[in-house]
Design a protein around this ligand. Structure first.
Ligand code: MN
Length: 257
């Protein structure tokens, strides 16, 4: 049996990535796949890219990498911070990864830009959309794993079909609690024969205040209020009440006491 750690949506949060990496190592897992969104939102995109490049056997392109490569990203300071060499590497990343594990055909993708993601995410129609985006007539899939919505969800695709859609959660910007999360698959990698297979969701506390402080100090990071809100509360920034930065700084100070 091999163990595979699936990580994604790190979003420049090196503190969260370090916590997850430590947990993965302690479990003796050596295979790590990153399913995109290393960049965007947080204060250390370059470091996160370098870590993934060095430690992940597979790295997929996320919508945030795509924004930066498509020239639709309006923050030149962020592109400068990441640098041309890393951006050139991002441009080489694949969108999907298909594999066999314990007799199951599995496809991994970030979500966008491969499949349009519009909520609600748990309708039959939404699930079908995800399969349709990556399934081919002569290569049917059993499991599709994605990221992008920053929440761990797993559900069957119409009863009895054996098809399963799962979301691996977010390392750096979880939308449920201000924690970091990832997913472990255990089974026989590359095997087309049915054998023992297991799936586990991991959620870990990390020093989100350290990340928030680093973001606050950054001289180039845009949308700091939104980011502080996400890492300190574990909620999506678009749902943020429009308080000013001072409010979040006060929250930071209170957390320090
Ligand atoms: Mn994301």
């Amino acid at each position: 049996m091999q163990q595979l750690a699936l990580i994604a949506d790190i979003h420049g949060n090196m503190e969260a990535l370090r916590t997850v990496a430590h947990d993965i190592k302690q479990r003796g897992i050596t295979q790590i796949y990153c399913m995109g969104d290393m960049v965007g939102k947080g204060p250390q995109p370059g470091e996160v890219i370098d870590w993934c490049r060095q430690n992940c056997a597979v790295v997929l392109l996320g919508n945030h990498e795509d924004y930066m490569l498509q020239g639709t990203y309006f923050y030149p300071h962020v592109l400068e911070e990441i640098g041309k060499e890393r951006l050139d590497w991002l441009a080489t990343l694949p969108l999907i990864h298909k594999m066999w594990i314990s007799g199951r055909r599995v496809c991994l993708l970030h979500g966008r830009p491969v499949a349009p993601l519009t909520g609600p995410f748990l309708t039959e129609q939404a699930i079908e959309t995800m399969f349709k985006a990556v399934e081919e007539k002569d290569d049917l899939l059993d499991w599709v794993g994605y990221a992008d919505i920053h929440r761990q969800i797993k559900c069957d695709f119409s009863a009895g079909s054996g098809k399963t859609l799962f979301n691996i959660g977010s390392v750096g910007s979880n939308y449920s609690e201000p924690l970091c999360s990832y997913t472990i698959l255990k089974g026989e990698l590359h095997s087309k024969e049915k054998s023992a297979f297991s799936f586990e969701y991991i959620t870990l506390p990390y020093d989100n205040v350290a990340t928030a402080k680093l973001a606050q100090k950054s001289t180039w990071l845009p949308n700091k209020d939104d980011y502080l809100y996400e890492v300190l509360t574990g909620k999506y920034f678009l749902n943020r009440p429009h308080e000013k930065t001072a409010y979040w700084l006060k929250l930071l100070e209170e957390k320090e006491k």
